[in-house]
Design a protein around this ligand. Structure first.
Ligand code: SF4
Length: 415
């Protein structure tokens, strides 16, 4: 039995390279925070990281830290600390867990990397393209550290992206340069920005290839692999190191494809995941699906760090386009078209929508989308209730029962 369980999850060897990358990333930030040089900018996960790097900042992403709070199952106990300050239990549990951790003076970085605390920011920079919560979250820290909070306000629910959208966002991005220069004491250099945008674009391209490897039958990776492999695409875009680590990951996936080595034994069903991961249940969910010979192999979430529009020859306009054409920013119609293409490309048998209680922004099943998409594509779906970080909102028994019933339903359809 123990042997059988062990073989359910086939870890990628190169996941270790990604872990090393993350360790180096946090250690570099810690050293900079202690030395006061280079300056540190906190950035929302789909914020203008390229501009920050080009202006000489090291970039720290609070969402990645909060995902760690979730994955280490520290988050749930910390959320009430922020609730006590008036931040509702119904709002983003990244925000509440992260502020809660700060108030308690703890961080998962201590256990994993022996780092005492998150790096103090010199500036916080958000983009509201994903939600308003990032702005509120950053504003709290801005006050705490007495440092500036600046940002970009993006249109939401966007159908077709027009020149007006792009101009508005590009102008806001350009206007960040002046305040950032005052903080970093660096003069803006267009060549440097072009270089960073090129690296970011290259990172996006290789990350896309990694995720698209799941097109193969059987698929060589799972969504759950993707959630841990994605670190460099989020925190390292715009750096050469992120590219280097992904070259190794892609080579291992190509090798798996060559050998028809699926990530899941005897892959029978292929599932698309929409919405946030349940960070504290990654391993439980990976085993649940693998035990049913089912691979959750593609997702909206991991694909959110593909920025194909980035163009080093036109940095501001292309950043504005890349950060506005993201799934989370778009109208339901545009989202449905996107998912439909994903279902075709990855040869998907079923969709799981995660109704994440505290993140309506990354939850797409509340306004009729599952039925509309099933009508359009014939692909059935299941909604599971839960949350990204607050495990009080997760029922393991209910998830297991519902998933097992859904896979049975797929089985019946295939007869
Ligand atoms: S998109 Fe959702 S999970 Fe991410 S910061 Fe906003 S509310 Fe939180």
């Amino acid at each position: 039995m123990a042997e059988e369980k062990k073989t359910l999850i086939k870890k990628l060897e190169t996941a270790k390279d990604v872990s090393r990358f993350m360790a180096d990333y946090y250690l570099e930030l810690d050293q900079a925070a202690k030395a006061g040089n280079p300056k540190i900018a906190w950035c929302s996960s789909v914020g203008p990281a390229e501009i920050l790097r080009a202006m000489g900042f090291l970039v720290y992403f609070p969402e990645t830290h909060s995902a760690m709070l979730g994955a280490t199952r520290m988050a749930t106990d910390l959320i009430p600390e922020a609730n006590a300050l008036g931040y509702s239990p119904d709002i983003c549990s990244y925000l509440t867990a992260d502020i809660g951790a700060f108030l308690r003076g703890i961080t998962p970085l201590t256990k994993v990397y022996k780092i005492d605390s998150v790096p103090k920011p010199d500036v916080l920079v958000f983009n509201t393209n994903q939600c308003r919560d990032v702005q509120d979250w950053f504003s709290w820290y801005g006050e705490k550290f007495n440092v500036p909070v600046i940002g970009v306000y993006t249109h939401r629910g966007v159908g077709e992206i027009t020149d007006a959208h792009i101009t508005s966002v590009a102008e806001q991005m350009e206007s960040l340069i002046e305040p950032l220069g005052k903080i970093s004491r660096k003069t803006f250099n267009m060549q440097e920005l072009k270089k960073v945008v090129k690296l970011s674009r290259d990172c996006s391209e290789i990350w896309k290839k990694i995720l698209n490897a799941a097109e193969a039958v059987p698929a060589p990776l799972t969504f759950f692999d993707g959630t841990t492999l994605m670190g460099p695409a989020v925190v390292g875009r715009g750096t050469q190191k992120a590219l280097d680590v992904y070259k190794n990951v892609l080579a291992e996936l190509d090798e798996r494809i060559k050998n028809s080595a699926g990530a899941v034994n005897d892959e029978r069903y292929r599932i698309y995941w929409d919405g946030m991961p349940v960070w504290g249940r990654l391993s439980v969910h990976a085993k649940l699906f693998a035990g049913l010979n089912t691979n959750v192999l593609a997702s909206t979430y991991c694909n959110s760090w593909i920025f194909s529009a980035l163009d080093p020859e036109d940095p501001f306009n292309s950043m504005a386009k890349a950060y506005t054409e993201l799934f989370v920013v778009r109208s339901d119609k545009a989202k449905e078209e996107y998912i439909k293409n994903m279902l075709d490309f990855f040869k998907v048998d079923g969709i799981i929508y995660h109704d994440s209680k505290t993140c309506p922004n990354n939850t797409n099943c509340r306004y009729g989308m599952p039925r509309r998409l099933e009508k359009l594509t014939g692909v059935p779906s299941l909604v599971i209730n839960g949350d990204l970080n607050d495990l009080r909102l997760v029922s393991d028994e209910q998830t297991q029962t519902n998933v097992e019933a859904f896979i049975e339903q797929l089985e019946e359809r295939s007869h």
